[in-house]
Design a protein. Structure first.
Lengths: 279, 267
């Protein structure tokens, strides 16, 4: 159970005009602007839900994931996950979550993947029997047999992402946060990742929160979509609700035509972003 | 404890992966060591032997320094850690049920010991096979050897906690280069890595001994070579323990401060 209440987070961003003169000036005096990444977002997610968290670049998706994983401390608001506040007792809290950052790696670069897994086993103090069982299960589902003995640096991106997923699940977390897990993957790997996440949720009732720009991920995996833009929550419902909303918006403004109704998900989302003026 | 041992073990195994580095290091260290031996020979002859350390002590000091080089060098820090800080991969470290300070501490200890382990054996063997005046000697007695081992570990601890301090400070700046250059350059010279500390003029030596740098490799190497013995050792050992505790506490305090204000940038 995730309760996310009126969370706010802003970043200090240093700004200056171009040119040498301004560079010298900024050496002595920096101008900072406060960028509000999240302006009071609230939602609650039940156990076993699979939620897609979407929005344009810079909407605050990753910030939300980082707050949920205890990495960032918000400026205000409350967040309670299974009775714990993520950033309060970080070390205790993170035992129950698994996180995958699609653009980062948690595997040691020069050594075989299995060595990184063994390290995670002792970091999370996973009992040997449980570890073996989980490893076998994940190896089967993600087809890792061949990859485990290979050093990370020699894996393709798709292979590495499968290993990253496995690494995040070895300690059998109740919650899984995925920040763009399919970024840069080919069609086959994307499908493998999606199938795996679905199976994981069916078998273990793992709660999954997924951020992505790939609308097919959303369609294939999630049963609920939260749309954010400019740091605010704009919609919360099923993908069909989203479709209906987009259609009614188009009807209102009179731009609806037969072609648009048949257009694919990406077009629909692009329209929606444009209509909501969040690009 | 087992968790931290795993970090140590994994980093040890990673170190064993870099075989070529060990081979090339061997040649560098032998040639450099020999050059230094010749240099001090010239100094000893030019001053009619009026040098602050015994020549044979200097030779042994030099060979110890070369064979255990990677234990104490501060400029070659773990680049993976700097990469984690600048790239934001530290995000994953923050999702672990352990303190980042302890994870990195164990990791660095593993790295240093694994690399030193590979290099010290061949360099030491060669140093014992050198022609007479340039030959490394055995420790003066068994007790000196035990004190050498004890102070060696304390010195390693001080070096690592010092490096940890540099990592922690890098969490506050965009680029780690600045901190590294200033601090590691200073350590290199003040820890006796360039010139053994007894060669420093008295009043400067007094200042150096107020800093933690005098308690790194300076202490174990001088105990082994017999330059530091008996009651003179004890104040050094006590100060080693104090500096180790002080640097570690400072590092942990800075980490606690950093932990609250870390911003992992980018998507």
């Amino acid at each position: 159970m995730i309760e996310f209440q009126d969370i706010r987070k802003s970043y200090r961003v240093s700004k200056r005009e171009s040119g040498l003169g301004n560079a010298v000036k900024s050496f002595f005096k920096r101008d900072y602007t406060l960028i509000e990444a999240i302006k009071g977002i609230s939602f609650s997610i039940d156990d076993g839900e699979m939620v897609g968290y979407i929005g344009p670049n810079g909407a605050g998706k990753s910030t939300t994931i980082k707050i949920l994983s205890g990495i960032l401390m918000p400026d205000g608001g409350t967040c309670v996950v299974n009775g714990q506040v993520p950033w309060k007792d970080r070390k205790e809290y993170v035992r129950q979550i698994g996180v995958v950052f699609g653009q980062r790696s948690q595997l040691w670069w020069d050594i075989p993947v299995i060595d990184s897994f063994e390290l995670l086993k002792s970091i999370y103090a996973i009992p040997s029997a449980a570890y073996r069982g989980k490893l076998d299960e994940l190896t089967g589902l993600l087809h890792l047999e061949e990859l485990l003995k290979t050093p990370t640096r020699q894996l393709s991106l798709g292979q590495r992402m499968r290993c990253e997923l496995a690494a995040s699940l070895l300690h059998d977390p109740k919650l899984l946060f995925l920040d763009e897990p399919t970024i840069g993957l080919d069609a086959v790997s994307k499908i493998a990742v999606r199938d795996f996440i679905r199976k994981l949720n069916e078998e273990h009732k793992t709660t999954v929160i997924l951020t992505t720009h790939d609308m097919q991920d959303i369609e294939a995996i999630t049963n609920r979509v939260i749309l954010i833009g400019r740091g605010q929550k704009l919609m919360d419902g099923t993908l069909n609700d989203l479709r209906a909303e987009a259609a009614s918006m188009e009807a209102e403004t009179g731009t609806a035509d037969s072609e648009n109704e048949e257009s694919d998900l990406d077009h629909m989302i692009a329209h929606l972003y444009a209509k909501l003026n969040i690009m | 404890m087992k968790k931290y041992y795993s970090f140590f073990k994994l980093r040890f195994a990673t170190g064993l992966q870099y075989r070529m580095a060990s081979v090339t290091a061997l040649t560098t260290q032998l040639i450099w060591g020999l050059m230094e031996c010749l240099l001090y020979k010239a100094v000893a002859e030019a001053t009619d032997g009026r040098i602050p350390m015994d020549y044979s002590s200097i030779v042994t000091y030099i060979w110890l320094k070369e064979s255990l080089y990677v234990l104490f060098n501060t400029w070659a820090m773990d680049n993976d850690l700097f990469a984690m800080i600048t790239s934001g991969d530290i995000a994953y470290e923050l999702c672990r049920p352990l303190s980042v300070y302890s994870m990195w501490f164990s990791r660095m200890t593993g790295a240093r010991i694994s690399e030193a382990f590979l290099r010290c054996i061949p360099v030491t063997v060669c140093a014992f096979l050198m022609p007479k005046p340039y030959r490394m000697t055995l420790p003066v007695n068994g007790a000196a050897f035990l004190f050498f081992l004890l102070t060696l570990f304390l010195a390693l601890g001080i070096t690592i906690t010092f490096c940890m301090l540099v990592y922690m400070l890098c969490l506050f700046t965009v680029s780690p280069q600045g901190w590294r250059m200033v601090l590691t350059g200073a350590v290199e010279f003040l820890s006796g890595n360039v010139i053994p500390l007894p060669f420093f003029p008295k009043k400067y030596l007094f200042l150096v001994e107020l800093s933690p740098f005098a308690y790194m490799q300076n202490v174990p190497f001088r105990i082994y070579s017999g330059d530091l013995a008996g009651a003179a050792m004890y104040p050094y050992i006590i100060k080693q323990v104090i500096w180790l505790a002080a640097l570690m506490s400072a590092g942990i305090v800075i980490w606690k401060l950093a932990e609250k204000r870390i911003v992992v940038q980018g998507g």
